[in-house]
Design a protein around this ligand. Structure first.
Ligand code: ADP
Length: 604
C-alpha cells in the first residue's frame, strides 16, 4: 500500500531524477551509434549506417530539446504524468532506433558483425536500467524495442546457435525487466523513508527549537525569581522526605551563610545552624508537620558562620501521597532580623511607657490624696473663720476669707478631677450599678446646679417626663457627668438659655432592642470651633480660643465624662456652632453592664 501511494506521490520526483541522471546516456547513444556506423561503413551500403546514425542523432537531439524544455517548467504531482508520457515517447523512439536499426544491420552485415550488434544492444538495454528504471514503464518502452527485434530475428533464423542466442537475449530482457521493476520498488521505498525522515528531522528541529525557547523562558524566570528572592531576602527550599535531601535556592543558602550553589543539605545540617536554644522546638515543629502532613510557620534564630545571630521566619507546606504519607515539604525562609529587633525595641519601649504611666498615675493618686487632706482643712478653717468674723462683726476679713474658700474649693475640684482621671488610667475606677428613679434624680441634680446656672443670669429649663422610669447605672458617675455638663453650659453661657432634656428610647428589635436613656444639655453660649470639637474630650485639652480667655478650667471634666460614659456602656458627643451654642448628648443603656474593663491604651 505504502508503495502504491508512494509511487503516485513520488512520480514528479522520479521524473526529475530521470531527467537529471539520464543526461549521461545521451552522449553514450551518439558515441555508440557513431562507432557502430563507422564499423559498418565498408560492409554495408554507406547510406544505411549514415541514415541510421542520423536517426539516432535526431532522437538524441529531440531528447536534448525535451530536457531543455523540462528545465524551464515546474513538474508537480498533477502534471507529472504528462512528462512521463513525453519521456516514454522519446525513449520508445530511442529504443526503436536501436532495436530496428540493429536488426537491419544484422540482416545486411556479415555474421561476425551480428555479435557486435548483439553485444551493443545488450549493453544499451542494460546500461539504460540504472537511470531509466526509476519509472519502470519508461524503462520498459526503451528496453523492449532495443532487444525484442534482435531476439525475434535470431528466433526466426532457426539454427541451434540462433535459437540459443534468442533464448539468452530473451532471458536477459526478462532479467533486466525484473531488475528494473525491483529497482523502481527500491527507489520508491527509499523515497518514502527519506520523506519520513525529512518530516522526522523537521519535527525534531521544531521540538529542539521549542525546547530551547522553553529553556530560555525557564532561565529568565529562574533569574527573576532569584532576583526577587534576593530583594525580599527570602529563600525557598524543598525537603524530599524519601531521600532526606533539602534543596535550597541560592538566596536560602545565602541566608544561612552558605555558598549560593552549596550542595543539598539534610535536616541535621539545617538544625545545626539553628540557635541551640531554638533547635529542639524547631525540630519538633518540623517532625510534627511531617507526621501530621500539615502546614506550619515559626520564627527561630540561626547562628551564622561568623558567629552573628539572625532571625528567620519560616513557613512551609507539606505534600502527601495518596496514602496520606508526607513526601515533600516546600517552604520559604525570610530574614526578619531587622523587623524582630525593631519589635523588641518597641516592646521594650512599650513596657517602659506602661511602667511610666503606671508610676505617674500612682504618683498623681498619692499626691492628690496628700493634697486633699490639708485642703479640706483650709476650706473648713476658712468657713469657721468666716463665721467667727461674722459673729465678731469683723466684716473686713470676710471678702478675703471668701476668696480663700473659693480658691480652696476650686483647687479641691481640680485635685478630685486629677484623682478620678488617674484612677481611670490605672484601671482602678469601678462601675457600681444601682437603680434610681430618673425624675426625682434629675430634680436633685438641677437643684445642686441651680445656683451655678443663675450666676451668669441664664434661664434654665428641665424637660424630663415624670413617668420616665428608672435607670440602672453608676448613679454617682452619672451625677458627676450631668453636673459637669451643666456647669460647663453655665460657665460658657451669659444671659442665655440652658436646657436639660431627658428621654428614653429603644433600639430596633433587629439591633437587639436595647433600651437607652438620652440626656441632652444644650446652651446658647459661646460654642466650640469645629476644629476643637473632636479634642474637647481629651484630657487637658481646652478649646484653643478659650485657653487665654477669662474662663478658668483644667480641661479634665469632659475627658472624665467620656471615660465614665464608656465604662457605663454609653457614648457622649457634641454638636456646636461657634457663637450660637453647644449641645452635649449622653446616651446610656437603661441597664448598665456590670463592669466594663477600661482600655488604658486608647484612653489618651
Ligand atoms: P474645663 O471646662 O475645665 O476647661 P472640660 O473638659 O469640661 O474642661 O471642657 C473642655 C473644654 O471644652 C473647655 O475648656 C471649653 O473650651 C470647651 N467646652 C466645654 N463645654 C462647653 C460649652 N458648653 N460651651 C463652650 N465650650 C465648652
Amino acid at each position: 500500500m505504502v508503495m502504491a501511494d508512494g509511487s503516485r506521490a513520488f512520480v514528479a520526483e522520479r521524473v526529475q531524477l530521470i531527467f537529471s541522471d539520464s543526461w549521461a546516456t545521451l552522449p553514450v547513444n551518439v558515441v555508440n551509434a557513431g562507432i557502430v556506423a563507422l564499423v559498418h561503413r565498408d560492409v554495408l551500403p554507406l547510406h544505411v549506417p549514415v541514415v541510421w546514425f542520423a536517426f539516432i542523432a535526431s532522437v538524441v537531439a529531440l531528447r536534448i530539446a525535451l530536457y531543455l524544455w523540462y528545465r524551464r517548467v515546474t513538474v508537480t504531482e498533477d502534471n507529472a504524468s504528462v512528462w512521463v508520457r513525453h519521456l516514454m515517447v522519446v525513449l520508445a523512439l530511442t529504443g526503436l532506433g536501436w532495436g530496428i536499426g540493429g536488426v537491419v544491420m544484422m540482416v545486411l552485415a556479415p555474421p561476425i558483425y551480428q555479435v557486435l550488434i548483439a553485444f551493443v544492444l545488450g549493453g544499451m538495454a542494460a546500461g539504460g536500467m540504472p537511470s531509466l528504471s526509476r519509472i519502470f514503464s519508461a524503462y520498459v518502452v526503451f528496453a523492449i524495442p532495443v532487444l525484442l527485434p534482435a531476439i525475434g530475428y535470431f528466433a526466426v533464423q532457426g539454427t541451434e546457435l540462433d535459437l540459443s542466442v534468442a533464448t539468452m537475449g530473451m532471458l536477459l530482457l526478462l532479467f533486466l525487466l525484473a531488475m528494473g521493476r525491483r529497482q523502481e520498488a527500491n527507489i520508491v521505498d527509499s523515497m518514502w523513508v527519506a520523506k519520513e525522515n525529512r518530516s522526522l528531522v523537521q519535527d525534531l528541529r521544531r521540538e529542539i527549537a521549542e525546547r530551547e525557547q522553553v529553556e530560555a523562558r525557564l532561565r529568565r524566570r529562574e533569574h527573576t525569581l532569584a532576583r526577587a528572592q534576593r530583594i525580599a531576602q527570602m529563600g525557598s527550599w524543598e525537603w524530599n522526605i524519601e531521600t532526606g535531601q533539602i534543596t535550597s535556592s541560592p538566596e536560602n543558602n545565602r541566608l544561612f551563610g552558605r555558598h549560593d550553589d552549596a550542595p543539598p543539605s539534610s535536616l541535621e545540617t539545617v538544625l545545626k545552624a539553628v540557635h541551640p536554644d531554638d533547635r529542639r522546638r524547631i525540630e519538633d515543629v518540623k517532625r510534627r508537620a511531617v507526621a501530621d502532613g500539615t502546614a506550619y510557620s515559626c520564627d527561630y534564630r540561626i547562628l551564622m558562620p561568623d558567629g552573628s545571630e539572625r532571625v528567620i521566619f519560616e513557613q512551609a507546606d507539606v505534600t502527601c501521597d495518596e496514602t496520606g504519607r508526607a513526601t515533600l515539604v516546600t517552604g520559604i525562609n525570610l530574614d526578619i532580623t531587622d523587623r524582630y529587633r525593631a519589635q523588641e525595641r518597641l516592646r521594650g519601649a512599650m513596657h517602659e511607657a506602661e511602667a511610666a504611666s503606671e508610676a505617674k498615675s500612682q504618683f498623681l493618686a498619692n499626691m492628690s490624696h496628700e493634697l486633699r487632706t490639708p485642703l479640706n482643712a483650709i476650706i473648713g478653717y476658712s468657713e469657721i473663720l468666716k463665721e467667727d468674723a461674722l459673729e465678731r462683726s469683723a466684716t473686713t476679713f470676710i471678702p478675703d476669707l471668701e476668696k480663700i474658700n473659693v480658691a480652696g474649693r476650686h483647687l479641691l475640684e481640680l485635685i478630685n478631677d486629677v484623682l478620678d482621671l488617674s484612677r481611670i488610667e490605672a484601671g482602678r475606677a469601678e462601675v457600681v450599678v444601682e437603680s434610681v428613679e430618673l425624675a426625682p434624680f434629675m430634680d436633685e441634680v438641677v437643684a445642686t446646679v441651680q445656683p451655678l446656672v443663675a450666676l451668669n443670669n441664664n434661664r434654665f429649663e428641665l424637660d424630663c417626663p415624670a413617668d420616665i422610669g428608672e435607670i440602672r447605672t453608676d448613679v454617682t458617675k452619672l451625677r458627676q457627668i450631668l453636673f459637669n455638663l451643666l456647669s460647663n453650659a453655665a460657665k460658657f453661657t451669659d444671659k442665655g438659655e440652658i436646657r436639660m432634656q431627658v428621654s428614653r428610647f429603644a433600639d430596633d428589635a433587629a439591633a437587639g432592642g436595647v433600651e437607652w436613656v438620652r440626656f441632652v444639655v444644650s446652651d446658647t453660649g459661646i460654642g466650640i470651633a469645629p476644629e476643637d470639637q473632636d479634642s474637647v474630650f481629651l484630657a487637658f485639652e481646652r478649646s484653643e480660643a478659650r485657653r487665654s480667655s477669662r474662663y478658668d478650667g483644667t480641661g479634665l471634666g469632659l475627658a472624665i465624662c467620656r471615660h465614665y460614659c464608656e465604662m457605663m456602656g454609653g457614648v457622649i458627643s457634641v454638636e456646636s456652632v461657634e457663637g450660637k451654642g453647644s449641645v452635649f448628648t449622653v446616651r446610656l443603656p437603661a441597664e448598665a453592664p456590670d463592669q466594663r474593663p477600661v482600655d488604658v491604651m486608647s484612653a489618651e
